[in-house]
Structures are given as structure tokens and as C-alpha cells.
Design a protein around this ligand. Sequence first.
Ligand code: SF4
Ligand code: SF4
Length: 329
Amino acid sequence: MFIRFILSNRPPPNHNLLFDDNMMQKTPLILDIKGNSLDDGPGIRTVVFFKGCPLSCVWCHNPESKKAGAEISFDKTECVGCDTCIQSCPENALDRKNPFFIDRAQCTLCGVCVENCPSGALSMVGKTMRIEDIVAMAAKDKPFYKNSNGGVTLSGGEPTLFMDFLSDLLKHLKDEGIHTLVETCGLFEFQQFEKKILPYIDTIYYDIKIHDPDAHKQFCGVKNDLILKNFIKLNAISAENGLELLARTPLIPNITATDKNLNQIAGFLKTLKIRQARLLAYNPLWHEKNEKIGTQNSFQNNKDMTTWIPKEKLETYRSIFTEKGIHTG
Ligand code: SF4
Ligand code: SF4
């Protein structure tokens, strides 16, 4: 019953984004650029978040990164109730009787309400940026990278959806002598990745969320055969040329964080002679983001999904990997 409830409320996967030539050429929207991060790779880092993802994970911690296009976000806690936006919207898309405030079928993303909002409660999610400007922002923190062995992390969404843009960006960052790390879901065309991305990457953080292909399709919208194949190829390259490759599994209660799934993933990594992986702690606070962009939170009444995973359980999950000779610290 739990699973059926989730599936009835989930958005459709973004199949139209998969390997679309136009998409690979297209300039992506950037969600955010965050400096001084200590959580997204070694040292002090600048993190560039791309908008758009080919997966549709039911637990996505960044729901605003799923769609490649722009969106309006409404944060009701910032709203001062002036109604300027309602009066200025040319499409009459704003209505307090609407539980999400914005009728997204009516909204043309003209941005008038955002410009007129005095409190910042309304904002446009996603903006185009020139590669030179991203690099200039990142380069300002070079002294911090140098002192901490940090650099720039390209995250999402899924940055490899935009292979050409990503390739140019990485090239420019390497020209500046900056360490580069890409976080990926692994769903990409390997030949393109090998040619356009690999030459400019120092480190890859690679998500392996669910091992069983049917369960992967059920909870992430697509099967994982290509994801696992790509990982195997990258692992072989990593063994040859020193590319740093780290497999990561987000711990999502009852979905990825099950003994069966973690045993399967640990077994898969063991067959590849991998000795290091990472388990990503579950953060139940992601739920609040859905409402801002008008999407439903499928888990709001599910106790397991709205609380932190107890420490003892985390230790049990870690031990599944440790028993197979894989460190997750
Ligand atoms: S972006 Fe434009 S159409 Fe959409 S709600 Fe705001 S003012 Fe209305
Ligand atoms: S303009 Fe901004 S502060 Fe005023 S009602 Fe609209 S969202 Fe709220």
C-alpha cells in the first residue's frame, strides 16, 4: 500500500531529456552557485547546481532541480500578504484559494510577479549563465582551494545532460588550474562522456541508488542497466589512470536503505574490487521544498520519511559494506 501511494503521486520521469542531441548542445539553466562548501568533495569548494535530471527519484532532495526549464518558487513564510503579485499577474494565475497559490497551467513564467514582490517570497528558479561568468566566480576562491585542496563541484540535477556546456566549463576550470569534481547519476552516453568530459575531470562522485533494475525503474523512473555498465567502464579507467571514482548510495528509508538493496550494492562493488564507498545520510527536511514549486509531497504522512535514520541503524547499514571489505567512512 505504501508503494502504491507513492507512485500515484509521483511526477512522470523526464524521458524526453535522455540523450537528446539538442539538449546536449543547449545552454543549461543554473539553479545556484554555492561557495565555501565543505560537503561536496575534498576541501573548500564552489558548487554549481545544474537544473534538469533524466531520473525522477521519488525522494529527490532537490525537487526544483528535476525540470530543465525555469519555474516560479513561492515561499509562503516570506510572504507579507500585500497582494501586489495577484494584482500584477497578466494571466490571473495567482489565487489564495489555490493551496499552491500559483496555477502553473496558467503561468507563462513572465516574471512580472517576481519583479513586483517586495519580500522575495516569489523567485524565478533557474537562470542562464555564461561559462566565463561561472569560471570568474569560482576563480575568486582559488586561494581557498589551494589551502584546502578544494576546487569546483558540478552537481545538479544532472550536469552530464548538457555535455557540450559541461565540457567547455570543465576545460576553462582546468585552464585556471582548478580541481574539478562531477556528481552524476550515471545515466549518460559513455562515448560522449569519455570524449567530452573525462579529460577534464579529477574526481567523479557516482550515485548507485538501487541495484535491482525493476526497483530502480519503480522509484527512479528508469532502469539502471546503463548506469551500472557505465560505472563498470569508469572503474576500469580509474584503475588504469588514477581517476578518482567514488560510489555513493543515498539512504532513503524503505527504498534504498534496506538490507537487500545495500547487500546487492556492496556485492556489486566487491566484484569490482572497490574498497571505498559512501553512504549519504537521509535528510527528512527536503519535504518543505516541494510545496514552493507546486509539487506534491508523497511522504508527508509517512513516519519513516519524516524523521532522521537512527544512529544504530546507520551503523548496521555501514557494517553491510564493511563485511565485504568496503569502507564507508
Ligand atoms: S510569472 Fe507571470 S504569469 Fe506566472 S504567476 Fe508570475 S506574473 Fe503570473
Ligand atoms: S507580492 Fe510577494 S509578498 Fe506580496 S502577496 Fe505576493 S508573494 Fe506575498
